[in-house]
Design a protein around this ligand. Structure first.
Ligand SMILES: C[S@@+](CC[C@H](N)C(=O)[O-])C[C@H]1O[C@@H](n2cnc3c(N)ncnc32)[C@H](O)[C@@H]1O
Length: 211
């Protein structure tokens, strides 16, 4: 099934849905986000920021270049930036093709995005391309359960309607393999599980890839 972002109904629904999950995301991912954004520089790129769930972890005054193709996110994203004193520049692009120079960025943040993009390997390749040597890519992603488990079977079963409703979101992507095979100098990656409001949106990975 081919699904793209920006459907006027599903895109708007996803924007509302993400915003309504903001405090839940803070509760379940907050400690890891604090740790992973520790020491981040004053200017960063965020891929797929949605409605700005990560802005509360960035120091006031941070410059964020947001690569976000879904225009239905922009009002909430802008309001969230104002709320947290973030200097926001939205670029209506997909992560598969980013209009930034090679080796021009110190830090890229992206959470819960590789599940939804058209081509995860291409997105991670673009992140690596724009990072300076020594630059960092911080990620949190929900990923596939181990092959053969009841959870992996559930992820496969619910995937078609879930992917349609949430504009491409696949519960069963092995995104850790994409990140580990992208050719970063080092990858520090943790697999973790936690209570999720959606039983099939687990397990997770979190970490930092350094170019
Ligand atoms: C599940 S939401 C996560 C939003 C936010 N990062 C968070 O943690 O709450 C996925 C986001 O990825 C965006 N997205 C989908 N396809 C994309 C692509 N090809 N490139 C960049 N972002 C994309 C969606 O518009 C949406 O904002």
């Amino acid at each position: 099934m081919s699904v793209t972002v920006n459907n006027p109904i599903r895109g708007r629904f996803q924007s509302w849905f993400l915003a309504s999950l903001d405090s839940i995301f803070h509760r379940i991912y907050g400690q890891r986000k604090i740790a992973l954004t520790h020491n981040m520089p004053g200017t960063i790129v965020e891929i797929g920021p949605g409605t700005g769930a990560n802005f509360r972890y960035y120091p006031a005054g941070t410059n964020v270049i947001a690569i976000e193709p879904n225009v239905q996110m922009y009002d909430r994203l802008t309001r969230k930036a104002e709320e947290h004193n973030i200097n926001l520049e939205i670029r209506g692009l997909k992560g598969e093709s980013i209009d930034l120079d090679d080796g021009s960025v110190d830090f890229v943040a992206s959470t819960l995005v590789l599940c939804s993009v058209d081509d995860p390997a291409q997105v991670v390749s673009e992140i690596k391309r724009i990072l300076k040597p020594g630059g960092q890519y911080m990620f949190i992603e929900h990923v596939a359960a181990p092959t053969g488990t009841w959870l992996r079977k559930l992820q496969s079963a619910v995937k078609p309607p879930w992917k349609y409703t949430f504009e491409g979101c696949c519960p069963d992507r092995e995104s850790w393999i994409v990140i580990e095979n992208a050719g970063f100098h080092s990858v520090s990656l943790e697999h973790f599980d936690m209570q999720s409001p959606f039983i099939h949106i687990r397990p997770h990975i979190a970490g930092i890839a350094t170019k």
